[in-house]
Ligand binder design. Structure first.
Ligand code: HEC
Length: 153
């Protein structure tokens, strides 16, 4: 009897110790986690920035000049500059494109299309060997300007 009760109390002691160690361990983990994590406190700006820098993807796109580049790209182009996109065909006559400076030819085309507005509309829509807008992404306004430039008006 005394043998079994002593082994019982040994077990209880051991069990209590294990529980105690586990409880201590739980608190230890809890405090360590609190030290590492931010808890409920808002992260201070410097740490936040460092963290963002660390997790930023390698080879990020450089965006420093974007605003300037967009402004330059958005600056309106002169009709002569726009015409650079048309000159491959209309300076050479490639694919039988009517030539710039061929006043009589343009007059005939203008008459056939119903005036300059007709020519602009047909250049926007594309005609024969010419793709829509001459293969450019020009706006209707730019197309109007460059057609007038091409036709000589
Ligand atoms: C790939 C060559 C090519 C490019 C680039 C091109 N054109 Fe043309 N264009 C043609 C050809 C070919 C014709 C004749 C189409 C026909 O009458 O069948 C034509 C005809 C025209 C006409 C006369 C349309 C009509 O109704 O008779 C206009 C206006 C014109 N082009 C404007 C432009 C402008 C403006 C650009 C640049 C934004 C441009 N083209 C770019 C090939 C081109």
């Amino acid at each position: 009897m005394s043998q079994s009760s002593s082994s019982d109390s040994t077990f209880v002691k051991l069990f209590a110790m294990v529980i105690g160690v586990l409880v201590l361990f739980t608190f230890a983990i809890y405090f360590m986690a609190n030290m590492v994590g931010t808890g409920d406190k808002p992260m201070d700006e410097f740490k936040r920035q460092v963290l963002i820098d660390r997790v930023a993807p390698a080879g990020a796109v450089r965006t420093g000049d974007t605003v300037e580049a967009v402004v330059v790209a958005a600056a309106p182009k002169t009709p002569a500059e726009l015409y650079n996109m048309c000159s491959a065909c209309h300076d050479s006559g490639a694919a039988n494109a009517p030539l710039k400076g061929d006043a009589a030819g343009w007059e005939a085309r203008s008459a056939a299309a119903g005036g300059i507005d007709g020519l602009i509309a047909s250049a926007i829509a594309g005609k024969g060997g010419m793709p829509a807008r001459g293969g450019t992404a020009f706006s209707d306004e730019e197309m109007a300007e460059v057609v007038k430039f091409l036709v000589g008006q």
